[in-house]
Ligand binder design. Sequence first.
Ligand SMILES: [Zn+2]
Length: 384
Amino acid sequence: MRALLAGARRKQSQLLDLTQKLVLAESPSDSKSAVDACMDLAAVHAKSLGGRVKRHRQRAWGDVLELRFGPRKTKSGPGRRILLLGHLDTVWPLGTLKSMPCRIAADSAGQHRLWGPGTLDMKAGVAMAFTAIELLTEAATLSSEIIILLNSEEEVGSPVSRPITESLAQQCAAVYVLEPAQNLAYKTSRKGTGNWRITVHGLAAHAGVDFTRGRSAILELGRQIEKISAWTDLDKGITLNVGTIGGGTKTNVVPAEAWAEIDLRVAKRTDGPRIEKRFAALKPTVKSGTTLTVGGGINRPPMERTRGTVQLFRRAQSLAAEIDWQLTEASTGGASDGNFTSALGIPTLDGMGAVGEGAHATHESILIEHFAPRTALLAAMLAT
Ligand SMILES: [Zn+2]
């Protein structure tokens, strides 16, 4: 670990350069050409490190990049092949760099940070993975194949990369996710997510002349919201958030239509289908005279804290201890592509990317001092 840490320190400015290069190539999920241009940079860099590049071409979304390093695996089964999961899309629209320039500057506490859209989530993590592989290649300790998969649409739920992620994960013994740390911790569990939209159709009527003939969609929606919100069970890690609502036209009209959008988080895999069934069984309350349409479902299953994941974490913890770093583990309500691989039973360790704050926020930035030790640990985890 000490040698890897020294190596990572020597490469720190190069690592910063690579991160900045990726950040300067703005890549919102919904702009295929922009995401593709960022993928081009990653592909060129991978080739310069001796990587084998496979481009999964996409029509609507940016291309997905599969990069392989180290010896080609000839034996059957996963062997010790490892999958590194990252994404190059961001939530930031083109032109964000004008208001959030990519720059290195100290924060109010005097800590040096790299600021900019997509630094923390998660171009720094991708740059760390490349640097870790470079360290191992130079030390000639890359003994089994490593795959880096760079997705183009993670921020919108990975609609096209999911099957690629899942099939590659099944060829691997472990999955490391390059998403940001939780404070300093690695993530050993994540909640699963689901989304629904419910629409209520009622009957419009004059609120003064014909009130009793009207069937209020908003009143009915209110009842449904009460019902759905009551499914929240904090002890079990189940939350339902009605995040947006809409409906009605004028105050003097009984509203004919109303809708709501709901976000679900579950900690246990078995809870997802249970809530799905409840949504499917929603009915208008008695005598309301309205109808209900319900659409949606589970997007990402939870990443549970499995034995395999805990084993990976323990190994990372003992490696970190060699450089006097007390690595801790954390769980989060946010989902990542690691949720997919973990649900397939493949040991998955997440949060192995950068340390910082402000993912999806205007103060998005990473702490530069954590770059070297975390890259060294990533390299050590790929070597052992
Ligand atoms: Zn991310």
